[in-house]
Design a protein around this ligand. Structure first.
Ligand code: ADQ
Length: 498
C-alpha cells in the first residue's frame, strides 16, 4: 500500500465520470445484485478510488426500474460513492450503441467505412451528455476535481458550463484520436472539437494522438492559437487556456505481479502445463472487437504453421476472447468469422495429442487469466489500432521468470513505450507476423530475459498510480496526496475488479 502525505487545506475530492459505473446491476434469484464490470478503464481506476474514496458517476448498465440509489448506497464494498445516471432503451441504443460505438469508436480507430452516420444518434448523444451534466450538477461540491473519461462524454464540459458549474474539468481519451483526414469525415466535427475545447485539460494516451488533435483544431478553428510543446500543449481559445498532455495508461503492476506469484495461480499454471506439456504456449487475450485484429492474428499464425513445419506440435495458441457489444451487427459477424478461422486452422493442422488453437470465448476470472499469462512463453497481441492495450502490460507484469516474449502490433499506444524490447509487427503483414512468431519461438533464453526484464521495469516504473498522479498533477495541479487516503485503509473486497 502506498503512503500519502496529507496536505492541510488542500484536500480535494476526486469525481470520476464515465459512461459505465464500475459495477453493473443484475437480477439473481429474484434479488438485485451488483456485479463488477470488465474493461480497461475499470481495471485502471478502481484501485485508485478504492484507496481514496471519492465519487464515481455513470450508467449502471440496466434499463430496469430499480431503486438504484438505494442499491448503490447499500453496497459500500466498492469503497467509494457511486451515483447512477439512468438511460432509457432509446438512449442506450442511440447514445451508447449508436453514436458512441457505431460512429466514434470505428472512426477514431481509423475504420470510417464501418461508421453509421445516423443524425438521430447525434441528437440523442447530446441529450444524454446533458443528462450526465444534470447528475454531476446535483452532486458536485466546491472542492471537487471532475475527471471525465472517454468518447461517450465529449460534450460534458460544455453542458456543465451551460449549467454554470465552476469546478475544474479534465478529460482523458482512452482511444486513439485520429488524424485530420479521418476526423474531418465526421459530420459533427466542429461541434465535437468546440466541445473538447471547453475542458480545462485534455489528456491523450500518446504524443501521436495529441498531435492529431492539434492538427484537427488547426484545420477547424482558425481563431485558436497553439503554443507550448512538451510536456504540454497550450491552446488559447478567446480568454481561456486549454492544456493538452499525453499519459500512457497502465496497470497496478505490484498487484498483478503479487497475485501472479500466489499459490492459487501457481497451482493453476502448473495444471495448464500438465495438460499441455512439451510445447510453447502462446497467449492472446482480446475483447471481441474488429479493432483487435483477431482474423489477422489467426491468418498470421496459420502461415507460421504452414511455413515453419518445426512449429507443428511444438506451439499452441491459447486465444481468449471476451464477448463484447454483441448487439452491434459487425461484432456478431466478427464472432462467426473468428470461429470459422479457428475451426479451419484446427481442422487443417491438428495431430493426435496436439491442437494448434485452444479457443476460449468467455470472461475469465483474474486468477485464471494470470495463470495463462504465467504459463505462456509468448504473447501475441495484434490490434489494427488501439489506444493503449493493457493486456500487453498485464502479460509483462505476470511474466515472473522474465522468460516471456511479447509480440505486439505497432499500432497500439503501448508500442510507443515498448518498441525497443517487444517484437513489433504490422498486423496487416502476414509474412512478417509468421516470421516474428518463429523468431519468438527460437529466441535464446538470455535474450528473452534481457528484453522482458526491461519491459517489466518500464511497466513497474510507469504503473497506474504514476498515470493517475501524472494526470492529476497536470490537470488539477495536484498529485494524489491532495486526495487523501481513506482512514479505513483496507476495505473488504467483495467486488473484484478486472
Ligand atoms: P479495451 O479496448 O477494453 O480498453 P485493453 O486495454 O486491452 O482494451 O483492456 C482490456 C481489459 O480487459 C484488460 O484488463 C484484460 O485483462 C481484460 N480482459 C480481456 N479479455 C478478458 C477475458 N476473457 N477475461 C477477463 N478479462 C479480460 C480501452 C482501449 C484501450 C486502452 C484501455 C484503457 O480500447 O486501448 O488501453 O481502454 O485505457
Amino acid at each position: 500500500m502506498r503512503k500519502s502525505r496529507r496536505i492541510k487545506g488542500a484536500e480535494k475530492r476526486l469525481v470520476i465520470i464515465s459512461n459505465r459505473l464500475p459495477v453493473s446491476i443484475e437480477r439473481e434469484e429474484g434479488q438485485w445484485r451488483l456485479r463488477p464490470s470488465s474493461g480497461g478503464l475499470v481495471s485502471a481506476l478502481a484501485p485508485v478510488l478504492r484507496d481514496r474514496g471519492g465519487l464515481w458517476i455513470g450508467w449502471p448498465g440496466t434499463l430496469e426500474d430499480v431503486d438504484l440509489d438505494q442499491l448503490l448506497k447499500a453496497s459500500p464494498q466498492a469503497g467509494y460513492g457511486l451515483k447512477a445516471v439512468t438511460l432509457t432503451p432509446e438512449e442506450r441504443d442511440k447514445f451508447y450503441y449508436g453514436f458512441s460505438n457505431e460512429i466514434i469508436w470505428p472512426l477514431f480507430h481509423a475504420l470510417h467505412t464501418v461508421c453509421n452516420f445516423d443524425p438521430e444518434y447525434w441528437t440523442v448523444y447530446r441529450a444524454v451528455n446533458r443528462k450526465f451534466a444534470d447528475v454531476v450538477s446535483d452532486n458536485v461540491q466546491s472542492n471537487d476535481f471532475l475527471w471525465v473519461h472517454d468518447y461517450h462524454l465529449m460534450l460534458l464540459a460544455q453542458e456543465l458550463k451551460k449549467a454554470k458549474i465552476k469546478a475544474p474539468v479534465g478529460f482523458f481519451l482512452h482511444i486513439p484520436f485520429p488524424p485530420p483526414d479521418i476526423f474531418l469525415k465526421l459530420p459533427w466535427r466542429t461541434q465535437i472539437i468546440d466541445a473538447l475545447l471547453d475542458y480545462d485539460f485534455v489528456g491523450f494516451q500518446t504524443s501521436n494522438f495529441r498531435q492529431n488533435f492539434v492538427q484537427c483544431v488547426r484545420a477547424l478553428e482558425k481563431q485558436v492559437t497553439v503554443s507550448g510543446k512538451n510536456p504540454f500543449t497550450v491552446m488559447t481559445v478567446g480568454q481561456r487556456e486549454v492544456r493538452l498532455g499525453n499519459f500512457p495508461i497502465s496497470i497496478d503492476f505490484e498487484q498483478f505481479a503479487s497475485q501472479a506469484a500466489s499459490e492459487e495461480v501457481a497451482e493453476m499454471a502448473w495444471s495448464i502445463r500438465e495438460r499441455l506439456p512439451d510445447r510453447e504456449l502462446m497467449i492472446g487475450v482480446d475483447r471481441l472487437d474488429y479493432t483487435k485484429g483477431l482474423p489477422y492474428k489467426l491468418d498470421g499464425f496459420r502461415l507460421a504453421l504452414e511455413r515453419y513445419e518445426e512449429l507443428r506440435t511444438r506451439i499452441s495458441l491459447i486465444q481468449v476472447v471476451v464477448p463484447s457489444r454483441e448487439e452491434i451487427p459487425p461484432y456478431h459477424d466478427l464472432r462467426a468469422e473468428v470461429e470459422r478461422l479457428v475451426g479451419k486452422i484446427n481442422g487443417e493442422f491438428t495431430e493426435s495429442g496436439w491442437v494448434p488453437i485452444h479457443y476460449i470465448f468467455r470472461h475469465l476470472d483474474r486468477d485464471e487469466l494470470l495463470a495463462l499469462y504465467r504459463t505462456a512463453g509468448i504473447a501475441l497481441l495484434t490490434p489494427l489500432e488501439d489506444g493503449m492495450n493493457l493486456v500487453a502490460k498485464e502479460y509483462c507484469a505476470s511474466s515472473l521468470d522474465d522468460e516471456g516474449v511479447l509480440i505486439l502490433s505497432e499500432f497500439t499506444g503501448t508500442a510507443e513505450q515498448m518498441r525497443k524490447n517487444a517484437l513489433l509487427v504490422n498486423p496487416y503483414d502476414r509474412d512478417q507476423m509468421a516470421d516474428t512468431i518463429y523468431q519468438a519461438y527460437k529466441m535464446p533464453m538470455a535474450e528473452r530475459r534481457s528484453r522482458m526484464r526491461k519491459l517489466r521495469r518500464s511497466v513497474q516504473e510507469q504503473d497506474i498510480f504514476w498515470w493517475v498522479d501524472s494526470f492529476l498533477k497536470a490537470a488539477a495541479s495536484s498529485d494524489l496526496d491532495a486526495f487523501p487516503p481513506r482512514a479505513d485503509e483496507k476495505l473488504e473486497e467483495i467486488v473484484e475488479y478486472r
